[in-house]
Design a binder for this molecule. Structure first.
Ligand SMILES: [Zn+2]
Length: 418
């Protein structure tokens, strides 16, 4: 079976131009002794908005790997797919994120729930899992309640998994199951039951993306209780380690954190927990690279800055439409957005300072950043004009893309302090 390495980062690239600049960050980490697997991820939603086909992501990844002579593993992730969207990804992808969040809370057939509860009754009772602070108390009634909430979602994951395996061969891909795009977080006990159910329906899951407590807004920092997050994350790690041996899931099984990018306040916590447990992690980012493209255009000045300012004016005018698909994962206060007229007066340095995620910079504006994060449709509509501007300003943009991934993500999460 194709196996995911211990440490991996999902990198999104909306316009497919930054593969080399992204991979350069992993080359830098490798030079410092840290091998991290790059996973190029792009969802059906992104492909639809930008107007690209999944094959383009494979081509981008392979070109970057060739250009930089990368000899380690890399993957191409069909991000957040389901039965209706998986087909176009089959050829290009060797990593599939099966999103079953929409099925959470819809009950499975009553006899299936009863069968599952009978089969898993051994899970009931009081259980002390190593490294979990409190013992789990799971009654048969809890088991049934959790099964009613999640079994249909797990069965759906099984269907999609078999659909991919039939088309590609079961050994040719990595399976992730995602539950994150929902309102209520899963508790560690629920995660335990979900993993038992995935094993029971025969899904060799290698990464699982639960919904954690707190808000994971797009492109900005975590909003929530850090102490509570650390307890939950550490319990989830312990549950994953337990489930792997207890249910015979792949030894590469690990948590996937769908970060929405830039959860900087969580990185020290995740890093500490990984060091403590020896666990692996898949950190999924998306959009942070596109924001560096816009910052690069602004810093390049001249026509490039005017393009960034004009795109912002369009995003500001169409903010309701652009925000709609992302309503649950952004918090934009329209009153805190600068007006297009004001932005049109900004220097490139001021534009970039408002956009780039540096919480110490008084000019940084998280509302501005979130709107541009979800505003990539505007760049897509400009088509060849936008792509030509990327090409003209390649050097400044590539340096920002590499530095962002390396300095803000890879280093704080994985690299020893110097
Ligand atoms: Zn996600």
């Amino acid at each position: 079976m194709l196996t995911l390495e211990r440490y991996s980062i999902g990198i999104g690239d909306r316009f497919g131009r930054e593969g080399e600049a992204q991979l350069a960050a992993f080359v830098k980490a490798r030079a410092a002794g840290m091998v991290i697997t790059p996973v190029w991820n792009k969802s059906n939603r992104e492909h639809t908005i930008v107007g690209t086909h999944p094959d383009s992501v494979r081509a981008e990844a392979e070109a970057a790997v060739r250009a930089l002579g990368w000899h380690h593993a890399y993957q191409v992730d069909a991000d957040h797919i389901g039965p209706k969207t998986v087909d176009t990804f089959i050829r290009a992808s060797d990593f599939f994120t099966i999103d079953v969040a929409d099925y959470i809370g819809q009950p499975a057939a009553a006899d299936a729930v009863q069968h599952f509860v009978a089969q898993q009754r051994g899970l009931a009772g009081r259980r002390q899992i190593a490294d979990v602070a409190q013992p789990f108390d799971l009654t048969l009634a809890d088991l049934e309640r959790i099964a009613r909430k999640y079994l249909l979602a797990v069965q759906e994951a099984g269907q999609v998994y078999r659909q991919i395996a039939a088309a590609k061969g079961a050994d040719a891909f990595i399976t992730e199951v995602s539950l994150d795009e929902t309102d209520a977080p899963q508790t560690p006990v629920e995660l335990l039951v979900i993993l038992a159910a995935l094993a029971a329906v025969g899904v060799p899951v290698q990464t699982i993306a639960p919904k954690f407590s707190g808000r994971f807004n797009k492109g900005v920092d975590y909003v929530g209780n850090l102490i509570q997050f650390e307890r939950e994350f550490s319990d989830d790690l312990a549950v994953v380690a337990f489930a792997m041996t207890e249910f015979g899931l792949p030894a590469s099984l690990k948590l996937s954190v769908h970060s929405g990018s830039d959860k900087f306040s969580l990185y020290p916590i995740i890093r500490r927990q990984l060091q403590h447990t020896g666990a692996g992690i898949h950190l999924k980012t998306a959009g942070t690279t596109w924001l560096e493209e816009v910052a690069g255009l602004a810093l390049a000045g001249g026509d490039a800055l005017r393009l960034a300012q004009a795109m912002y004016a369009d995003m500001h005018a169409r903010r309701a439409e652009l925000s709609r698909p992302y309503a649950t994962v952004i918090d934009i206060d329209p009153g805190r957005l600068p007006s297009p007229a004001e932005v049109a007066e900004w220097s490139g340095a001021n534009f970039a300072a408002a956009l780039r995620h540096d919480q110490k910079n008084p000019r940084f504006n998280p509302h501005f950043r979130q709107l541009i994060h979800v505003g990539f449709k505007i760049a897509a509509e400009r088509g060849s004009d936008y792509r030509a501007a990327l090409d003209t300003n390649r050097a400044v943009i590539a340096a920002l893309v590499t530095d962002n991934l390396f300095t803000k993500h890879i280093q704080p999460l994985f690299m020893p302090e110097d």
